[in-house]
Design a protein around this ligand. Structure first.
Ligand code: GCV
Length: 729
């Protein structure tokens, strides 16, 4: 028998690696660090020749740190994609000049009569156009009113090359539909990341402000490439220390690095900071000493960071201090901070994620009850930041009823990019379809067509400020997001914040081409896999409107049986209400009446069993196990088959991946392959644990086609994960 010094799995992996290197031209190990900003040589010879002719030289107008970033990126991009050194010239010399700049910086660009298009592009938007210069020479221009717009346009042009689009007849105008496109880092000063599954925090606070990790610049590049223009550096479960001079100096160093990329720095404000670091004995927002303290603190912050964006605040929620501790309202608290920030042009993003243990009302109703009466009482520089759904980033939720219900208060969207309730970094779940479902939902606030997207882009109510926040999924892992496919969610968040009307499919298509390859034999199946991945996770975790069934604290895996936590609304049994009759939360008029928080006709659509969309059935209704579903099956059978469908889809994803892997590098292929295997195992766990538990109520057999559980319910109940990542009790 031959003796193999290496284990079999490692041997086959090495074989795979060497075969890939031999067989796939240009395939080399990739670790994912470059994100979607890989610039590999264009592998279509005709396209490459056309690009080289159209982009034969580069003229960059203007000198500023942002224009330096433009120069750096175009050089980097063209060097990689065209595999030639494209010269930078002081004036066009031949056919095929790429002109990058503002009309203010360049008479040449000013002479191109782009004014109408530039007007439409606004401050951050840009124009990309194929033009003819005086001498009759064809050229391409990327222009904007601002240097930042030129940078955004440069990334767009590179995207066209990366996705192999023709560029000889361009006429594009692009402007963001949302003003504040912001990442929320739930990063702590000790570098742990709440709900972070990609290692530790990117911010190395201890070495800042002296050591500036080159990764900070790549972070800024990545964000600028997708139009993100703000970053909240710290966790909403805030630490007042970040407002002390020592930390402000560190935050300022990051702000200085990010500035050329248009990325503004924001911080979270702990409401009790005047007590904790200010030596006061109250944080009452109406107390003159407290107000003076915040004013002085804000003035100080602006001395460190002259373009500081403002504060994000979680108050009177999950134990965080807030104005209600002093008998004041959320508006009193937000307005105090807003008054301090207003002279500097700063914003307050005040979160509507509030619910209280003492409040016996359905948790799904509490934020609406709290905030709607305050509509119109917030200062002009306050935005209320609302999670996409009324509970908490569940695998699927109906849109939050606050959207459409506060016409006089700018509401901004809060999505979660990190996958706290969606399988952490190992499960492949592409989130754009979920975000699109919410953005495209009709609130009916002003009749049909009053979509959530129109609420947050300000067009429905005429808001002065608009914003979209995404809870970041980045960390120190080499691939930034913990998995290669989670990069797609960061990318999709930025693209949707720029333009919520983009489709999930178009975003996936672009991302796959930039991140892996343009080969349609890879792009098409992988795109289909991504587009079906969210629904698959909903099926194997929380089908038909079920929600909040995850393990206590860490939210890893199923634990629908938990009923022992001190706060009722922290127990999964609060949400599913399973009994011998049926399952689901009655939120109709006979139950908590949460449906009444939705505008007509949605209140009635959601409120009746025969009209409620199946996907929200158990969110709004307690439904008998024997209830006949539109499919003709009983609810029990339908539920069980949904769990099975989720598992089956993951298996199909595994097969897809195995079939297309040879189109890409072995390193990324292998990690995705293993992660899909983990996902399949955990999808079975979800199915088996959940169905075993539901069966104790339904007392019905599993329908044909559903695999029997591998273990007993007691086994699933016995599992415990005290060290699951992302959770710091
Ligand atoms: C930052 C959920 C999460 C918490 C998070 C909270 C919030 O409850 O589990 O980790 O805290 O949402 O959004 O404030």
């Amino acid at each position: 028998m031959p003796v193999h010094p290496l284990p079999r799995s490692l041997r086959s992996w090495l074989l795979w690696l060497s075969l890939t290197l031999l067989l796939v031209p240009g395939a080399r190990a990739e670790d994912g660090y470059a994100l979607w900003l890989r610039y590999p040589r264009v592998d279509d010879a005709a396209r490459l020749a056309a690009y080289r002719a159209t982009l034969a030289e580069v003229y960059v107008a203007g000198a500023s740190p942002t224009m330096d970033a433009v120069r750096d990126e175009i050089r980097r991009g063209l060097r990689g994609l065209l595999d030639v050194e494209v010269p930078e010239v002081a004036a066009p010399t031949r056919a095929g000049t790429l002109l990058l700049g503002t009309p203010a910086a360049s008479p040449l660009i000013a002479a191109l009569a782009l004014e109408d298009a530039l007007q439409a592009a606004g401050e951050e938007g840009y124009v990309i156009r194929s033009v003819t210069l005086d001498a009759g020479r064809p050229a391409t221009v990327v222009a904007s009113h601002t240097d930042l717009g030129v940078l955004y346009g440069t990334f767009h042009l590179l995207r066209l090359l990366q996705t192999h689009h023709p560029i000889d007849d361009l006429d594009l105008v692009s402007a963001p539909r949302i003003q504040h496109r912001i990442l929320n880092h739930w990063d702590n000063l000790d570098r742990t990341v709440e709900r972070g599954y990609a290692g530790f925090s990117l911010w190395d606070w201890h070495k800042l402000p002296d050591y500036l990790d080159p990764r900070y610049t790549d972070y800024a590049r990545a964000n600028a490439s997708i139009g993100i223009n703000g970053t909240v550096l710290t966790n909403v479960n805030a630490n007042a220390w970040v407002l002390t001079p020592m930390y402000l100096e560190k935050a300022a160093a990051l702000a200085d690095l990010f500035r050329p990329y248009g990325l503004r720095v924001y911080l979270t404000a702990r409401f009790s900071a005047p007590i904790e670091i200010g030596g006061l004995d109250t944080a009452d927002p109406l107390d003159p000493a407290v107000r003076a303290w915040w004013q002085a603190k804000v003035d100080e912050i602006y001395r460190y960071i002259p373009d500081f964006g403002g504060f994000l605040v979680k108050a009177n929620s999950e134990g965080q201090p807030g104005p209600q501790d002093y008998g004041r309202t959320h508006a009193d608290g937000a307005n105090m901070l807003a008054d301090a920030l207003a002279p500097h042009g700063g914003l307050v993003m005040w979160r509507a994620f509030v619910y209280a243990a003492e409040n016996p009302e359905d948790r799904a109703k509490q934020a609406y009850d709290e905030f709607v009466p305050l509509d119109g009482t917030f200062r002009d520089n306050v935005l209320v930041q609302v999670k996409n759904g009324p509970i908490d980033f569940q695998p699927r939720e109906p849109f939050h009823p606050l959207f459409g219900a506060m016409p006089q208060t700018p509401l901004m969207m809060e999505f979660q990019i990190t996958k706290e309730y969606l399988g952490f970094a190992t499960h492949l779940v592409y989130l754009a379809p979920m975000w699109k479902e919410v953005l495209d939902a009709d609130t009916y606030a002003r009749g049909p067509g009053s979509t959530v997207a129109r609420v947050i882009d300000g067009s429905l109510h005429g808001y002065d400020h608009t914003g979209m926040a995404g809870v970041a999924n980045t960390g120190t892992d080499r691939n930034w997001s913990g998995s290669h496919f989670d990069q797609a969610n960061w990318f999709a968040f930025g693209r949707l914040a720029w333009d919520p009307s983009l489709t999930a499919e178009a975003i996936a298509d672009t991302w796959i081409r930039m991140t892996f390859t343009n080969d349609p034999a890879f792009v098409e199946p992988v795109k289909r896999m991504m587009l079906g991945s969210w629904e698959a996770a909903v099926h194997y975790m929380t089908p038909l409107g079920l929600h909040h069934l995850m393990g206590t604290g860490h939210h890893y895996g199923p634990a629908p049986w938990v009923d022992t936590l001190s706060r009722p609304e922290w127990n999964p049994v609060y949400y599913h209400r399973a009994d011998s009759v049926g399952i689901g939360f009655d939120r109709t008029a006979t139950g908590s009446d949460a449906v009444s928080q939705y505008a007509p006709p949605l209140d009635s659509i959601y409120g009746h069993l025969d009209t409620v969309p199946e996907k929200y059935l158990l969110w709004f209704h307690h439904v008998p196990w024997a209830y006949e579903m539109p499919s003709g099956r009983t609810l029990w059978d339908e539920l069980a088959l949904r769990y099975q469908a989720g598992v089956d889809t993951v298996r199909a994803m595994q097969a897809t991946w195995a079939a297309v892997g040879h189109h890409i590098d072995a390193e990324r292929f292998e990690q995705v392959r293993v992660f899909l295997a983990i996902q399949e195992k955990e999808a079975r766990w979800w199915r088996d644990a959940s169905l075993s538990y539901w069966q104790t109520f339904s007392r019905r057999p599993l329908p044909e086609g559903v695999e029997p559980p591998a273990h007993t319910l007691d086994y699933y109940r016995s599992l415990s994960f005290p060290y699951a990542p992302g959770h710091f009790p």
